[in-house]
Ligand binder design. Structure first.
Ligand code: FES
Ligand code: FES
Length: 215
């Protein structure tokens, strides 16, 4: 019996099908099958997306004072449109489910979570993102300048959202107390948790705004 097995292995080896090569072959083909499944699923999803986008429409949005023509699916969020269709990546996606505030933009001067607003609903309204805050000559918005003045953030991923929330809040209350402003921007979260410095920077921004308006 042992002799027969030896002969079989010797025979396979002679034909270049060693046990080692056979196992390697199985592993490789298994990976290939897995990859094929993955690619198949991915292409299915992509096909599904384009199918569900049958209702895509070319619309005009008012973003940062410009009229922008853009193709928008009916289920598309404003954050997605801004970042991936219009290239305005200052609007960050953190949670993508209305919890962190990193996607905050102004719509008709009111702060909104762009991840939770359908793009079609802002047609005919004014959208302002962090890219639209500075003046045409490059002068920073007073709240942006407040961040520079106080070095208010660590990684700064959350910064555009905080700035947009503060700018929106200061339109209705330009001279807030520290606790009022803290409440006003409490819909924004910072993973670095540098809230005290952030609030100091936003208070400085408020002060910069009042000074700019007096000038
Ligand atoms: S990404 Fe919109 S609230 Fe977090
Ligand atoms: S500074 Fe890092 S998330 Fe806010």
């Amino acid at each position: 019996m042992a002799d027969e097995t030896d002969i079989k292995i010797a025979d396979d080896t002679a034909r270049g099908v060693s046990r080692r090569n056979f196992i390697k072959g199985v592993i490789t083909s298994g990976v290939a099958v897995s990859s094929a499944n993955y690619l198949f699923r991915a292409s299915t999803v992509l096909r599904g997306q384009s199918l569900s986008g049958v209702g895509e429409r070319l619309i005009t949005l008012n973003v940062n004072g410009q009229q922008r023509r853009v193709d928008v699916m009916k289920q598309e969020t404003l954050a997605w449109t801004l970042r991936y269709k219009l290239g305005l990546t200052g609007t960050k996606l953190g949670c993508d489910r209305a919890e962190c505030g990193s996607c905050t933009v102004l719509v008709d001067d009111m702060p909104y979570y762009a991840c939770s607003v359908l793009t079609h609903t802002v047609r005919g309204r004014k959208v302002l993102t962090v890219e639209g805050l500075a003046s045409a000559d490059g002068t920073l918005h007073p709240v942006q300048q407040g961040v520079i003045d106080e070095q208010g953030f660590q990684c700064a991923f959350c910064m555009p959202g905080f700035i947009m929330s503060a700018v929106g809040f200061l339109k209705s209350n330009p001279n807030p107390t520290r606790s009022e402003l803290a409440h006003g921007i409490s819909g924004n979260l910072c993973r670095c948790q540098d809230y005290d410095k952030i609030l100091t920077a936003m208070m400085r921004g408020a002060e910069n705004m009042r000074r700019a308006n007096r000038a």
